[in-house]
Design a protein around this ligand. Structure first.
Ligand code: CA
Ligand code: CA
Ligand code: CA
Length: 224
């Protein structure tokens, strides 16, 4: 009996190790601009502490809205994000994905993965190690810069590069005068991890984090 219990525990442990980290939006709603984005760090993810990769973001999209998530990328490593359907029976939804750098400048976007599907996929080899912002919205709610110009061309398929001269993320608006639909989403990720420190770049929380870090530094100095 005892042996069986140990075997089961080991089995559960190794199964959760393979899962890496998942972030679930839950009943809250992530903001759509950098000051209100959710920074995914090691305090708000679930599952294994042994595999540091962030492999999925699960959330809800309301009409004419976007969710923005701070994620951690490593220079030279290929990052991919793909919206997938996990419901049974499968119900396709019309997502769009956008990647921004730490200052909110557009990097790459995609509306439809292929002509045959309305799901989305982006890939990018990180140029610096640190926070990037991943945005998701329903077609055709698109990001605009601080001057009110759309950051990306309104193209349906293929990777979309930012328009030349586009500024940093300032607002979102529907690009075609329609209303985007609501859906539940699941974004599968590779090459990403939660941020190493709580709430990097998150306004008040970042300030609080710096306070904690400096408190630790002070404590270390006292102890040494
Ligand atoms: Ca949401
Ligand atoms: Ca789409
Ligand atoms: Ca669009």
């Amino acid at each position: 009996m005892k042996k069986l219990l140990i075997a089961t525990t080991l089995c559960l442990f190794s199964a959760s190790s393979a899962m890496a980290f998942t972030y679930t939006e839950g009943s809250g709603d992530s903001g759509e601009l950098i000051p209100s984005a959710t920074i995914i760090d090691f305090t708000n993810v679930t599952s294994s502490p042994t595999d540091p990769s962030l492999t999925s973001i699960i959330g809800n999209m309301t009409s004419d809205n976007a969710d923005l998530f701070g994620i951690f990328l490593t220079a030279g490593q290929l990052f991919t994000a793909t919206t997938i359907v996990t419901t049974a029976p499968p119900v396709a939804y019309d997502s769009q994905l956008f990647l921004f750098d730490a200052q909110g400048f557009g990097i790459v976007a995609n509306d439809n993965l292929l002509n045959a599907t309305t799901l989305s996929s982006i890939s990018f080899t990180a140029t610096t190690t640190g926070i990037y912002y991943l945005g998701i919205s329903g077609f055709n709610y698109d990001p605009r810069d601080t001057a009110g110009n759309f950051i990306f061309a309104d193209t349906r398929t293929g990777p979309i590069s930012p328009n030349s001269g586009a500024g940093a993320l300032g607002s979102w608006a529907n690009n075609t005068g329609t209303t985007s639909t609501a859906f539940s989403y699941n974004i599968a990720l590779t090459g990403a991890s939660p941020a190493p420190e709580p709430a990097m770049g998150g306004g008040l929380l970042a300030f609080a984090g710096l306070g904690v870090a400096s408190a630790f530094r002070k404590k270390r100095q006292v102890n040494s």
